[in-house]
Ligand binder design. Structure first.
Ligand SMILES: *Cc1c(COP(=O)(O)O)cnc(C)c1O
Length: 421
């Protein structure tokens, strides 16, 4: 459920009419609903009620500091994958003890930053990383709390570009090697083993792969404990999928996922961390765009928008589907016709949808992409020297720009011409 509904024939974000925001900030823009973000966070928090747990929002899904602050105020921890994300979490007021650091390629600089600023744990992904983290921690005179990310070799049955839990993926260490790797970690004085980490992929719409992975983690917990390691924390990753079409998808709910977690690891007495990203932010955001032209092609009709692949890359990158709806509610029973929805960028890949059945839309109409809150704004680029588009946060009947659109001057000033030119 989200808070983007038609009221009196006009699409609203909570109690704010989308055209009102468009008039204030121009198009295209991203708009987020605070109530939806909070609602989704609480679904996870409640799904683990009664267990010692922390929901660490995977902020790579949507990392505007204002969004982070909304979640931090709810008690969320953060899962970060870079020094930049760590800095954002801190800027949003998240204390270090609620930040976990994931990622296969953490640099010394990033490790130093987190060790001095405070960190809950590093989710270590390789033996070389373990050695480097040990060195960095010793050089700072501290001990780094770690989990080791294990790769359980389960098929997440999701898009190949976002599957991470098979042996062929770059993530984690093979679960079969885990006992050796933990023995090695325990021997390094700059590290303290606190638990196990696993994350098998994103946009999972079936609970079975989670169950298989968590079962393997539970077995490993017993083994590692028998080897003398203190396993008090399990980071079970994120990855729960969202419905991208209103009509026919019904992925499992956080509560169902929580049930799987209880069943598979509940008996171990561990503190449980989860790292949902997409499900918290995805349906909490829209991309709003204006139609520039309706162009009649040979046997096709093109809807040319002012948003493009640089603003929302998911369709070009993952063949992802986003529902596209007119901001003015179509009359009931109005006839739909197929259109190719495209942006102005000079690439055929700049296509949001092919042959999509849409109600009649004309130049200057506003349209909204649903489910654009996660992996939308964060993946945007300035390709074609198109400015990064504004982000807007709605709370009830008011809204605020939480990232302004840069001017062309501001963009161009970042380039510098050498004095010898
Ligand atoms: C991307 C990622 C997540 C979040 O995945 P979602 O599908 O957005 O929930 C969580 N943990 C790690 C390690 C990730 O890389």
């Amino acid at each position: 459920m989200d808070h983007f509904l038609y009221k009196n024939g006009v699409l609203h974000a909570e109690d704010v009419a989308i055209p009102e925001i468009a008039a204030a900030v121009g198009t295209p823009f991203y708009v987020y609903s605070r109530a939806t973000l909070v609602r989704h966070f609480r679904l996870f928090d409640e799904a683990l009620k009664g267990m010692d747990h922390l929901v660490c929002y995977a902020m790579k899904a949507a990392s505007n500091v204002a969004l982070l602050k909304v979640l931090a105020q709810e008690g969320a921890g953060m899962d970060v994958v870079s020094g930049g994300e760590y800095a954002r979490a801190k800027a949003a007021g998240v204390p270090g003890e609620r930040i976990v650091f994931s990622g296969v390629g953490k640099t010394r600089e990033e490790m130093r930053m987190a060790l001095t600023g405070g960190i809950r744990q590093f989710n270590v992904e390789s033996e070389p990383e373990m050695d480097v983290l040990n060195e960095v921690a010793l050089s700072l005179g501290v001990v780094a709390p770690i989990t080791v990310r294990v790769n359980p070799n389960v098929d997440a049955k999701t898009h190949a570009k976002i599957a991470t839990g098979k042996s062929e993926n770059k993530f984690g260490i093979p679960i079969a090697k885990a006992r050796d790797v933990y023995a090695r970690a325990a021997a390094l004085p700059g590290l303290k083993v606190v638990g196990i980490d696993v994350h098998i992929g994103s946009q999972l719409t079936d609970l079975e792969p989670f169950r298989m992975a968590y079962r393997k983690v539970a077995e490993l917990t017993e083994l590692l404990r028998a080897d003398g390691h203190e396993i008090s924390r399990l980071d079970l990753g994120g990855g729960l999928g969202i419905p991208y079409t209103r009509s026919n998808e019904a992925p499992p709910l956080p509560l169902d996922w929580g049930q799987v977690i209880r069943e598979e690891v509940g008996h171990l007495g561990c503190q449980v961390e989860i790292e949902p990203g997409r499900l918290i932010a995805g349906n909490a955001g829209l991309l709003v765009s204006q139609v520039i032209y309706v162009k009649e092609g040979e046997g096709r009709r093109f809807l040319i928008l002012d948003a493009a692949m640089n603003d929302l890359v998911r369709p070009a990158m993952y063949d992802a589907h986003h529902d596209i709806v007119p901001v003015m509610e179509p009359a009931p029973g109005v006839e739909e016709a197929p259109m190719d929805v495209v942006g102005p960028v000079c690439e055929s890949g700049d296509t949001f949808a092919k042959g999509r059945d849409l109600p009649p839309v004309a130049a200057e109409d506003l349209v909204a992409f649903r489910s654009a809150g996660a992996y939308g704004a964060v993946m945007a680029s300035e390709y074609n020297t198109r400015p990064l588009i504004p982000e807007v946060l709605v709370d009830g009947d008011h809204f605020a720009v939480i990232r302004a659109r840069p001017s062309f001057d501001e963009m161009i000033k970042r380039d510098t011409i050498p004095e010898w030119l």
